[in-house]
Ligand binder design. Structure first.
Ligand code: 5RP
Length: 235
């Protein structure tokens, strides 16, 4: 009889190998001698390790989270603020879900606001993920919404009016605090057939900093790794 612990461990390792394949493929999208944007999450962590090997080829990086900043610095890659950097040639980041049209749900790591800002300032968005993130319709992954703490329950009521089931993201019995000092609501039960519209609608709610739909500015390229290789999707 197979051991369920071993089966889970093997599945995790397989997914890790796919994330690494996507991370490696992204190196070809890093232009020489430019400042690049770097996202957050386990796939991006693998990308940063690959980037370390060619760090002499880039000028610097702008990071979307304190966690990625720490890894970039460990890899001896200069980290600039977005205000100092200005224009970014490319933004490399993962996703929690992505559609064939390259709209995404992001924010599983609570870095969605800075991710959206760095993505907006970048010429090209390259999404790296394993193929399991590809979906036809967004919403099975709960949609993260970053909120100003005093607005949490008001925003939650408004999200219920939109048909969702918001849940306050907790860790160790405390609300998860983002790098910007805010809280996260994860919205379950949404079937997102018009991500561009829903992204704008949620962002109009007073107290919302931003939501994890990346549809108005989706990815330009997705590098999706499966056991058959890395598939490239473009807009
Ligand atoms: C963090 C993110 C990540 O890109 C997303 O959660 C995917 O993470 P991973 O590469 O670990 O699957 O949006 O806020």
């Amino acid at each position: 009889m197979s051991d369920p612990y071993v089966a889970r461990y093997n599945a995790h390792m397989d997914q890790n190998a796919l994330k690494l394949a996507a991370a490696k493929a992204a190196i070809a999208y890093v232009p020489i001698d430019t400042i690049i944007g770097v996202g957050s999450g386990s796939t991006v962590n693998l990308f940063i390790a690959e980037l370390a090997k060619i760090s002499h080829r880039i000028k610097a990086a702008v990071s979307s989270s304190e966690a990625s900043t720490a890894l970039l610095k460990q890899a001896n890659i200069e980290v600039m603020t977005l205000n100092d950097a200005g224009f970014l040639s490319v933004y490399i980041d993962g996703a929690d879900e992505i559609t064939p049209h390259l709209a995404m749900i992001k924010g599983g790591g609570a870095a969605l606001t800075r991710e959206k800002i760095v993505a907006a300032a970048s010429d090209k968005f390259v999404c790296i993920a394993d193929q399991s993130k590809l979906v036809d319709v967004l919403g099975a992954f709960p949609l993260p919404v970053e909120v100003i703490p005093m607005a949490r329950s008001y925003v939650a009521r408004e999200l219920v009016r939109l048909g969702g089931h918001p849940e306050w993201r907790m860790k160790d019995d405390k609300g998860v605090v983002t790098d910007n000092g805010n809280w996260i609501l994860d919205v379950h039960g949404l079937v997102i057939t018009n991500p561009v519209e829903l992204e704008s609608t949620i962002n109009q709610i007073a107290g919302v900093v931003t939501n994890g739909l990346f549809a108005r500015r989706g990815a330009d390229v997705a590098l999706l790794a499966s056991i058959d290789g890395v598939k490239t999707l473009t807009r």
